[in-house]
Write a protein that binds this ligand. Structure first.
Ligand code: NDP
Length: 294
């Protein structure tokens, strides 16, 4: 079997087009323009690239973007007062503080200061609590992207055996909660899991969010399974020249794509969906704040 390659870039484009239509409809019917504020502290180059992409894509879908670059030595109290100022700004419907923050700042305190209704990253405890209970809060972007791709690939997920590898607050746990709400039978694996190969072999759906290059071996994958590879790992690529690198996922892609029914590549799979879902969440937040049912 050769797997269908799930094209995250094309799917993210489709999601962004839907967001742009919603933004246009909000302007036409309610004179409302969603606004997304992004705060970055310090000079981490990867975060800078990511934030630039967010700002660009926010403009492309017709939203207002507010971009704040704060110096590396910003005090936690000053960052929190910036967040609180944005909480009170009616032109701002979504607030994202780019993580990781410099070591002297307590991330939980900053995320906790964001108004839950504007927490488009879905990391505030009110939103993680809602996800674990009744639902209805803001859903973290990367996990939302994983579920949208799975539903687009498989349709109804009811009754599927799903394995999530990784239990982080950012990815693993919310993906597992979302799969549960889609009526999957969910197993969560982590660094203490015994017989990971056996768990993978039993799963109809595998979501790998570990951060170890190609640790999920292709021959573990159940024939026909759907594999969502969240991992982004930079590894040496001497075949491309001295000092060159390339990105790989947490799944051994070449071997897994010979057994899986469908699989996301790295790069070009889950990655592009994250910003698209951030924009989607900003529209959702805007509608809730204005009591609009689009
Ligand atoms: P974390 O480091 O926070 O979590 C990693 C998880 O993997 C932990 O739960 C850990 O278990 C588990 N783990 C570690 N070793 C093993 C092992 N040998 N077997 C099974 N599980 C193991 O990472 P994140 O969740 O933040 O990110 C995971 C990956 O996803 C990274 O590569 C990251 O770059 C990528 N990522 C990609 C995004 C995108 O947009 N595509 C967005 C966010 C992340 P334990 O809890 O026991 O330590």
């Amino acid at each position: 079997m050769t797997a269908r390659i799930i094209d995250g870039k094309a799917f993210a484009q489709t999601v962004r087009e839907g967001v742009a239509r919603d933004v246009a409809a909000l302007a036409a019917t309610h004179s409302v323009k969603p606004g997304l504020a992004v705060i970055i502290v310090g000079y981490d180059p990867a975060s800078q690239v990511y934030v630039r992409n967010k700002v660009k894509q926010t403009a492309e879908v017709g939203m207002n973007g507010f971009h704040f670059e704060l110096p590396e030595d910003t005090a936690e109290a000053d960052l929190i007062s910036k967040v609180k100022e944005l909480n009170g700004d009616p032109a701002v419907n979504g607030i994202l503080v780019q993580l990781p923050l410099p070591k002297h700042i307590n991330e939980a305190a900053v995320v906790g200061a964001i108004a839950p209704a504007k927490d488009v990253d879905g990391l505030h405890v009110v939103n993680t609590g809602l996800l674990a209970s009744s639902g209805g809060g803001m859903v973290p972007c990367t996990p939302l992207g994983c579920i949208l791709m799975l539903k687009d690939t498989l349709g109804d997920l009811t009754g599927k055996k799903a394995l999530v590898i990784g239990r982080s607050i950012l990815v693993g746990k919310p993906v597992a909660q979302l799969l549960l709400s889609e009526n999957c039978t969910v197993t969560i694996a982590h660094s203490r899991t015994k017989n990971l190969a056996g768990e993978v072999a039993a799963a109809d759906i595998v979501v790998a969010a570990v951060g170890i290059p190609e640790m999920v071996k292709g021959d573990w994958v159940k024939p026909g399974a759907t594999v969502i590879d969240v991992g982004i790992n930079r590894v040496p690529a001497p075949e491309r020249g001295e000092g060159k690198t390339r990105l790989v996922g947490d799944v051994e892609f070449a071997a897994a794509s010979k057994r899986a029914g469908a699989i996301t590549p790295v790069p070009g799979g889950v990655g592009p969906m994250t910003i698209a879902c951030l924009l989607k969440n900003t529209v959702t937040a805007t509608c809730k704040q204005h009591n609009i049912d689009l």
